[in-house]
Design a protein around this ligand. Sequence first.
Ligand code: IMP
Ligand code: MG
Length: 185
Amino acid sequence: MQTLLTAEQLSEGIDRLARDVRQACGDGPLTVVGVLTGSVVVVSDLIRRLDGPVRLSMVWASSYRGTATRPGRLDLRLDLLPDLTGQHVLLVDDIFDSGRTLDAILADLRGRGAASVRSLVLLRKQGRAEVSIQPDFVGFDIPDLFVVGYGLDYDGAWRHLPHVATLDANDLTPGGTEPAVAPPG
Ligand code: IMP
Ligand code: MG
């Protein structure tokens, strides 16, 4: 495992994101919608830096299954959302990979009568987008590597790391015996 982004770099990135969001959205009420589970760390750090009134709601999405590192079928649960009519909404996720998660949730949010809907991701993987949309705010562009930490997991592990790290082939092989990862594509 190798550190890709240190806790200090992440902290500076969140500061910058919070400033950019307030500059674009103004100082009024903002409804932050986090995507469970990977966004919990970025959401909790971000909302404490967003000066001014903030409401928080969460949705749930999963496109990863166990030890796979490429997306599978996308499951969404949006039933916890409050009434968004007239609200300025900021959708927050950990990473923009294929973009299918953000694209699908944004499409739903845009049908709920919000005054505005924007999106923010901590990380964006280079050369992976399968959708035409891009997030409004991006913390860091990273190479096409599987990463963990600061909310991001591999098979449920590593979310608690204070930094973002890349996983080596060894880390992807439970027990170090046989490859657990399907080839890309
Ligand atoms: P997308 O729909 O392909 O953009 O995938 C977005 C979701 O996949 C993210 O919210 C993450 O949960 C997960 N994901 C994508 N890449 C990684 C990674 O490198 N490490 C951990 N999770 C990832
Ligand atoms: Mg996720």
